[in-house]
Design a protein around this ligand. Structure first.
Ligand code: UD1
Length: 351
C-alpha cells in the first residue's frame, strides 16, 4: 500500500491539511496516511481547537518540538522527524504552507531519498527578510510534486527553473476549507454575544516579527490603530508572540481589556469557526497574515495588509487587498478610505 506522511506544525497549516486528509481517507483502500504534528504550535488555542473545529483526526505522532530560535526549532524538527521517517518508511511526505515545519520536514525526507509533495508551492514575496520566503524557496527547490494555488505561482516556479512536469495547478485547499465551513460559521452568535453589529467593527491580526519585534514600528502601528478605533471597535485576537512584545515594551495602555467591546479590544486567539464568523461580518480586516489576504478576497471583505510586499499578489489584483506597509499615515489613509465607503471592490467573491 502507498504510504504518505502528512505534516502539520503551525496554525496556518491545519485548514490546509483538513481537506487533504478528508480526500485521502476516501482512498484508504490504496493509500495509508499518517498525520505528524511537529508541535511547532502547541497552545490549546493555537493548535488543538483547530482540530476540533475542522473535524481533523488526532495526529498519529506529535514531535513536541515547541518554540525556539529558527535554527533550534528547525533542527529539533529534523532530528525527530528523521526517526519517524526511518521507522515508518513512507513513499511520500506531504507538506503544506511555508512555516519552519514545512521546510524542516522537506529537507529531512529528501536527504533520506523520500519523495516530497508541497501544497501551496510557488508563492514568492521576494523578501528574504521573511523567514517564510526562505522556507518557501528551500522547500520548492527540493520537492518532487509542486501543487500551486494560482497562475503567479506557476510562473515563479518556471522562472526558477523547476521542471514543468513537476508543477500541478490545483487551486487553493485553504479556500476549500473556508467554503465548507462558511455556513456553519455564519450561524454562530458571537457578534451578537459581544454586542457587535455586522459591518460595524474591524478585525485585526498582527504577529510578523517585522511589525511586532521593533518598539518604534509597533508603536507607529498601534498609534494608527488607536485612531481608527475612535471610529469603530477593532477586535484583536492576539498572537502569543505579539502579546509578549506588547508586555515587553509596556504598550498595554493601547488596549481595552474590559468586558465592553470598544477601542482596540483584545481577545485570546480564536478558533477557526469563531474567527471566520468575525471576519465575514467585519467592515474591515487589518492584518499582516498571509492566508487572511486570500480569505478576505473570497469573502469580499476589505483587507489592509500591513506589510511592504505580498507573496499573494493575486489578492490585490482581483481581490479586496491593499498593501500599506507599516507607516502610520498610510495605514490611516487606507483605513479611512474603507470607512468612508471607498474600499476597492474585488471581483472574486465566491458563494
Ligand atoms: C509561525 C510561522 C508564520 C505563521 C505563524 C502563524 C514560521 C517561521 N513562522 O510564526 O509563518 O504566519 O506561525 O501563527 O514558521 N508561541 C506560544 N504558543 C504557541 C506557539 C507559539 O506561546 O502555541 C509563542 C512562543 O513564544 C514562540 C512565538 O510564539 O516563541 C513564536 O512562535 P513560532 O512558531 O516560532 O512563530 P510564529 O510567530 O507563530
Amino acid at each position: 500500500m502507498f504510504k504518505i506522511i502528512n505534516i502539520v506544525g503551525a496554525r496556518p497549516n491545519f485548514m490546509k491539511m483538513a481537506p487533504i486528509i478528508e480526500a485521502l481517507t476516501q482512498h484508504s483502500a490504496f493509500i495509508q496516511h499518517l498525520l505528524v504534528h511537529t508541535g511547532q504550535h502547541y497552545d490549546e488555542k493555537m493548535s488543538k481547537s483547530f482540530f476540533k473545529d475542522l473535524g481533523m483526526p488526532v495526529p498519529d505522532i506529535n514531535l513536541e518540538v515547541g518554540s525556539g530560535s529558527h535554527a533550534e526549532q528547525t533542527a529539533k524538527i529534523m532530528v525527530e522527524f528523521e526517526k519517524v521517517c526511518l521507522s515508518e518508511n513512507p513513499d511520500l511526505v506531504l507538506v503544506v504552507g511555508d512555516v519552519n515545519s514545512t521546510m524542516a520536514c522537506t529537507i529531512t525526507a529528501k536527504k533520506l531519498g523520500i519523495k516530497v509533495a508541497h501544497v501551496e508551492a510557488g508563492l514568492r514575496s521576494r523578501d528574504m527578510s521573511m523567514p517564510e520566503e526562505i522556507n518557501r524557496l528551500c522547500t520548492d527547490v527540493l520537492c518532487d510534486y509542486l501543487f500551486t494555488t494560482d497562475c503567479f505561482a506557476n510562473g515563479n516556479l518556471k522562472a526558477e527553473g523547476i521542471a514543468e512536469e513537476k508543477i500541478y495547478f490545483v487551486g487553493n485547499v485553504m479556500i476549500d476549507t473556508l467554503l465548507k465551513h462558511k455556513k456553519m460559521a455564519s450561524e454562530l452568535t458571537l457578534t451578537q454575544a459581544l454586542g457587535l453589529k455586522a459591518k460595524e467593527y474591524a478585525v485585526l491580526t498582527m504577529h510578523r516579527p517585522g511589525n511586532v519585534d521593533d518598539r518604534g514600528v509597533l508603536k507607529g502601528i498601534l498609534d494608527a490603530l488607536k485612531e481608527i478605533s475612535e471610529r469603530l471597535p477593532i477586535i484583536f485576537p492576539i498572537h502569543p508572540r505579539t502579546k509578549k512584545m506588547i508586555e515587553k515594551f509596556g504598550f498595554q495602555h493601547y488596549f481595552n481589556e474590559t468586558g465592553d467591546v470598544e477601542g482596540v479590544w483584545l481577545t485570546e486567539p480564536l478558533g477557526y469557526l469563531e474567527f471566520l464568523h468575525l471576519n465575514m461580518n467585519a467592515c474591515l480586516v487589518l492584518t499582516d497574515s498571509g492566508g487572511l489576504q486570500e480569505e478576505t478576497t473570497v469573502l469580499g471583505v476589505p483587507c489592509i495588509t500591513m506589510r511592504p510586499n505580498t507573496e499573494r499578489p493575486i489578492t490585490c489584483e482581483v481581490g479586496t487587498n491593499v498593501m500599506v506597509g507599516n507607516d502610520k499615515d498610510i495605514i490611516l489613509k487606507e483605513a479611512f478610505k474603507v470607512l468612508d465607503g471607498h474600499a476597492i471592490k474585488g471581483n472574486l467573491v465566491m458563494h
